[in-house]
Design a protein around this ligand. Structure first.
Ligand SMILES: Nc1ncnc2c1ncn2[C@@H]1O[C@H](COP(=O)(O)OP(=O)(O)OP(=O)(O)O)[C@@H](O)[C@H]1O
Ligand SMILES: [Mg+2]
Length: 354
């Protein structure tokens, strides 16, 4: 029997109709900043939940609003280029859409940029940083790679042009998954906890101050509506707050299955299954499939309800898009779906799952 209980906020199941999302849940009232206000926006979450998809779609929605946006992958196998149909994204910044630029930061490139900033001359940089002993010493410092990549993200988030204006309206970081993500975000506070002066302290303190400023930084967690990702999301939110004083800005439930039928229709399907199945293998199969889909939606809704009950933050929903490969049309659609919810439009936004 399909219970199909309804998630109270956010998802509004129109009988038999398309997937309808209420734009922003009431808990956003507790947090007056919406995801469109901050300059520095990071997405983390359990491995494989859709961080790169959501970061890319969110960055596209910002670019479409006219914001000059930089999307940063951090030393990963580049996926952003396949989403935007661009040439591969490496350690040089490239434009992948109007107003949207991307870079895949590597620690080596970040170190070189940083070294050049300090030493100014490439030959001196090469003499110092490419010295075998110095470079193997640098590689042995735990956390240095993360600090370099976070430092580069910080640099772009605060980068100003000669006329004093910010170079980027938005810097979006596809941050590492939960465990590594916590370590990554903790680096500045670990450094400021150990040393209390000097160049490294100043750098770490500036990054820490930016991360802890909710007017400038948005730290978002992406999850699937499943048990383990939801557990990790709640754990990460708590750890970020308790260990680092970092408040989570929002949670994005990704890969949400839209219901196909109303409760009434599911009841009918269950009754019809008992009556029809023995007589018709084909129709019985269809009814089984419909019932299975209802149970799948029920299960995910338990996890969505858990998020709604345990998280006093804006919660945004992104449907599962049935496709063999996520390419630009899907990213584009998710960008619109996120933008409609983040902008806080009062009218519910009807979203189809396809
Ligand atoms: N809303 C969605 N609908 C359909 N497919 C999706 C959706 N979101 C993500 N995917 C698919 O799920 C897979 C994982 O997505 P993605 O690479 O964004 O996850 P990730 O969290 O960045 O993973 P990793 O931890 O490995 O970096 C991809 O194959 C992507 O195509
Ligand atoms: Mg990823």
């Amino acid at each position: 029997m399909c219970a199909c209980f309804h998630v109270s906020q956010g998802l509004n199941f129109a009988p038999g109709g398309p997937f309808v999302l209420s734009p922003v849940v009431s808990s956003s009232e507790a947090n007056p900043l919406s995801l469109q206000d901050q300059r520095f926006v990071l997405f983390s979450g359990k491995g494989g939940v859709g961080k790169t998809v959501i970061s890319s779609a969110y960055a596209l929605s910002c670019a479409r609003r006219g914001e000059r946006t930089l999307l940063m992958e951090l030393n990963v196998k580049d996926k952003v280029s396949s989403f935007f149909g661009s040439s591969s994204v490496g350690s040089d910044i490239v434009e992948v859409e109007d107003n949207l630029f991307a870079v895949n930061v590597t620690p080596d490139a970040a170190l070189e940029e940083y070294g050049l900033m300090i030493l100014k001359v490439k030959l001196i940089y090469k003499a110092v940083f490419e010295n075998r002993i110095i470079s193997s010493f640098l590689r042995s410092i735990p956390g240095l790679n993360d600090l370099l990549m976070l430092g580069k993200a910080y640099f772009h988030a605060t980068e100003v042009a000669t006329d004093g204006s910010y170079v980027w309206d938005k810097v979006v970081v596809d941050a590492p998954a939960t465990g590594h993500g916590l370590f990554f975000l903790q680096i500045p506070s670990v450094i400021t906890g150990f040393i209390s002066s000097g160049h490294m302290y100043e750098e770490a303190k500036r990054i820490q101050d930016l991360l802890q400023d909710p007017a400038k930084t948005a730290l978002n967690l992406v999850t699937l509506p499943e048990e383990m990702p939801v557990n990790e999301t709640l754990m990460m939110r708590d750890e970020l707050q308790e260990r680092m004083g970092l408040a989570t800005t929002s949670i994005i439930a990704n890969g949400v299955y839209p219901p196909l039928f109303s409760q009434e229709q599911y009841d009918w399907i269950d009754e019809a299954r008992d009556a029809v199945a023995p007589d018709s293998e084909l129709l019985g199969g269809f009814l089984d499939a419909a019932s299975f889909r209802g149970q799948r939606v029920d299960l995910q809704n338990e996890y969505l309800e858990r998020l709604e009950n345990e998280v006093d933050l804006p919660l945004y929903y992104v449907p599962y898009h049935f496709t063999d490969r996520v390419t630009f049309p899907v990213i584009s659609k998710i960008a619109d779906q996120l933008a409609a919810q983040i902008s806080g439009e009062q009218e519910p936004t009807a979203l189809s799952a396809q």
